[in-house]
Design a protein around this ligand. Sequence first.
Ligand SMILES: C[S@@+](CC[C@H](N)C(=O)[O-])C[C@H]1O[C@@H](n2cnc3c(N)ncnc32)[C@H](O)[C@@H]1O
Length: 392
Amino acid sequence: MPHITVKPFNTASIKKEKYNATEVLFLAKDSFSEDELIGVVHKSEEFLLHIKKNEESWLLKYDKVTRPLKVNIVKQAITDLSKGLKLEELQSNVAIHPTKVVASSQYEKNIEDFVNIEYPFDSVSIEVGFGSGKHLLYQAEKNPNRLFIGIEIHTPSAMQVLKQIELKGLSNIWVVNYDARLLLEMIPSNLCHQIFVHFPVPWDKKPQRRVISPSFLEESMRVLKKDGRLELRTDSYNYFWYSLNTFLGDGVSKTSVEVRKNEALEVTSKYEARWLKQEKDIYDVYVSSLEESEPRVLDFDFSFKDIVYKKEILDKISYKPKLFKGFFIHFERLFKIADEAILIKLAFGSFDRPEHKYIYLDKTKAYYFHANPVKTVTNYKTHLKIMEYLNV
Ligand SMILES: C[S@@+](CC[C@H](N)C(=O)[O-])C[C@H]1O[C@@H](n2cnc3c(N)ncnc32)[C@H](O)[C@@H]1O
């Protein structure tokens, strides 16, 4: 991921001004370490750059939470600051290779787009964690009158498949580089035909990271049309049993479940090919939705109303995770911006689909930097609780 190593410099020289195509919005100092964050805007995208300090050299790098999808935007911003501030570079990986520049694609969608998106096809399928995209591309080529929404958390895989879409001239795929567990909540009820989850990471040691969970099942059944199907395919015997138990769990109703073993599909993904070579067993579990679901209304307000920065906030927030029924809030770090503004880094929301965000507060306003949380019921409940902490 993009970074440069530079000789230590005086960060007071960073001004709120434009450095080539990158505008600096603020400089924020970590209250608990020497680290600093630079709020920037480049090509209308707001994000943060992180200065990590060691004695001899400093790292100027991307910030995981606010990182834009296109890596070249971060590279360009780092280059603009480095040149504009005349930093002494010791090492760099931010060279932009012209052949690697990917033009922005109309088939790439952001999570925010889903608030008011128009679905151009009547029939829609979703693939969660498409990896190399072999199955997704195959399905889209075979069914030109159906929209395929591919959701992949790994950015290079998402970018590769966007390239393939252009090369193959397909117009019925949307690629979303996001956590599928959150994105699903933005999809209208009764929309989809199929949801494919092929070879999800089993996460045996960190089960909270698994894609399949009771809430994912509930959302999938809501998003599926009546008789639509969630299709899990896995080589992991543990994950197969874990999923089957989830699908047959208490409180799950109006679904039917079907299990298959070693069923051949028309297309073999790169990942599956590896297991087939090793003669591993492959399990399929199909869960069909047997009823229509209530519509999903996405009109949650994530503004902070009249909350603004007051110094009492600093005393009120504590950094221990706070647990509530069905959600949590963990204020992780506090960054000070001049005397009367702060940036709070926090994790919050449901336990299996946490959000990571920053909240910017100054004397006149407060907002989530750089985008609001996903519009889910749990995030909204959590937001109301966060407001209670900040309302001093
Ligand atoms: C083992 S690979 C399988 C890829 C592909 N389905 C195949 O069969 O070759 C699992 C994929 O799921 C993606 N993934 C894991 N968790 C995810 C999540 N919460 N949302 C979206 N994608 C996820 C990973 O980045 C990875 O590409």
